[in-house]
Design a protein around this ligand. Structure first.
Ligand code: ZN
Length: 131
């Protein structure tokens, strides 16, 4: 990969989003309404395979039980405390999982949380914009 292309779109080049400490260099914002989810430097990059249903409005995320289309994503911002978020919403529980959604426009899921692990909140890089 050559690095001489400043006009490439945000999520394509992960290295420009991650600091040397593995933290987010840029603010994480909603792709749809621009609501700020995380401030720069508040999350660490984590690689974990998580299945996220396709983006849609909150009340339909959890409807189609087990038959959801979606993506298995591996690059996430990991936050260990929900108070680290500037703004975030949650779906109702889906088994032991809650999905993270935009607090303002309720589009999602943008991330994933397991109720068994209170200190892990994942936000998928592909589901957010970086500013
Ligand atoms: Zn939004």
């Amino acid at each position: 990969m050559d690095s001489g292309n400043p006009s490439s779109e945000g999520s394509a080049d992960q290295s420009s989003l991650v600091s040397e400490e593995g933290k987010n260099v840029k603010a994480v914002v909603c792709q749809r309404c621009g609501s700020k989810v995380l401030c720069p430097g508040t999350a660490v990059l984590a690689e974990k395979e998580l299945f996220l249903p396709s983006m849609r409005k909150k009340n339909t995320i959890t409807q189609a039980d087990g038959t959801l289309d979606g993506d298995t994503l591996t690059a996430h911002w990991l936050v260990d405390d929900m108070y680290t978020f500037e703004n975030v919403g949650f779906t109702k529980d889906v088994g032991k999982v809650k999905y993270l959604i935009c607090a303002d426009c309720e589009i999602g899921p943008i991330g994933w949380h397991n109720l068994d692990d209170k200190k892990s909140f994942y936000v998928a890089l592909d589901r957010v914009n970086h500013q």
